[in-house]
Ligand binder design. Structure first.
Ligand code: ADP
Length: 301
């Protein structure tokens, strides 16, 4: 098969591994710098051009689209979809998953376990918002944040009020969430491919920190997840419409709760921790599922 990897940098671990795994299995792998792909969107025969040449003959495309270029990346991916190329994750699903609030609303509607979460616009509603999520301690999150930046733990209601007022004053979109103290600064990254969790790891925050992101100094280890956690992760990916997803779960007193569903989960941490050939499993998934003109939304969404 001829497979495109949409990625800004061919030297990134995940990109390198996907290319390597594809070549090992006999595929023609091409890395395309997402921001250098351009397209004629009005043509009745949709096309993508790259460094002066038209891209043709692709069977599948693996989107590795960073949060900062979601808009452009989704447009490039949609163009591939309109050409009938099989996307590992669809453009609509990626755009949907990048909106944290919308994601939580979709997951809630389908009964997936979530931390109690509130969202408000006016500073006048702060006291009620705080009591709605059960009072302090609570977590305040910037909707635009990634890698743990913009996630604040407020131990008292007074602190929460000040932080909320400050963020609202800056016109930032924020949500307020019950603090899952019993998670003990750990979360579980479930790597979903198709309808299976193919690997899982526990990430533990460094001492004195509640955010377990590896970028914030967290450390990863192997973990055996429960059938309920497995089911929660698979359902969350499915609700978002993602074939491949990194589903982050916290162990709460009221069962597994989903923090986030990531549409371009990194391979380095999970491959190193579990010793599994995740890239190879992703390529195998494409081999089994890639058919032309299969995008459910046909690139219209
Ligand atoms: P980001 O998308 O920036 O990584 P997250 O919402 O995933 O932000 O939060 C980062 C980390 O902070 C999580 O992995 C988790 O360890 C911790 N965390 C986030 N929300 C809560 C919460 N409500 N209760 C306990 N810990 C939390």
């Amino acid at each position: 098969m001829k497979i495109a990897v949409l990625s800004r940098n061919r030297n990134l671990y995940s990109t390198r591994r996907l290319v390597e795994a594809g070549r090992e299995r006999g595929h023609d792998m091409l890395v395309i710098d997402t921001l250098r792909a351009y397209m004629n969107i009005t043509s009745h025969k949709p096309s993508i051009h790259y460094k002066g040449e038209e891209l043709i003959g692709f069977d599948a495309v693996i989107p590795r689209i960073g949060a900062s270029i979601t808009f452009y990346g989704a447009a490039v991916l949609r163009q591939f979809e309109m050409m009938g190329v099989f996307p590992l994750n669809e453009s609509v699903a990626i755009s949907r998953s990048r909106d944290k609030l919308r994601s939580l609303q979709l997951l809630a509607r389908r009964g997936v376990g979530l931390p109690v979460t509130g969202f408000a616009h006016s500073p006048d509603d702060i006291p009620d918002l705080i009591s709605m999520v059960g009072g302090a301690p609570l977590v305040i999150k910037l909707l635009e944040g990634t890698q743990g930046i913009g996630v604040v733990l407020c131990e008292t209601e007074q602190a929460a009020e000040s932080v909320l007022e400050a963020f609202m004053g800056l016109k930032a979109n924020i949500m307020v969430q019950e603090y899952i103290r019993e998670a003990g600064g750990a979360d579980i990254r479930c790597f979903v491919v198709g309808d299976k969790v193919i690997a899982a790891m526990k990430r533990q925050a460094k001492p004195g920190e509640f955010r377990s992101n590896l970028h914030r100094g967290g450390s990863a280890s192997l973990i055996k997840i429960t059938p309920e956690e497995r089911m929660t992760a698979v359902r969350a990916a499915k609700v978002m419409g993602l074939s491949v997803a990194g589903v982050d779960i916290l162990r709460s007193n009221h069962g597994p709760v989903v923090m986030e569903v990531n549409s371009s989960p990194g391979l380095e941490g999970i491959e190193t921790t579990t010793g599994k050939d995740i890239a190879g499993l992703i390529i195998q998934y494409i081999e089994k599922n890639a058919r032309p003109h299969q995008t459910r939304t046909k690139g219209k969404g």
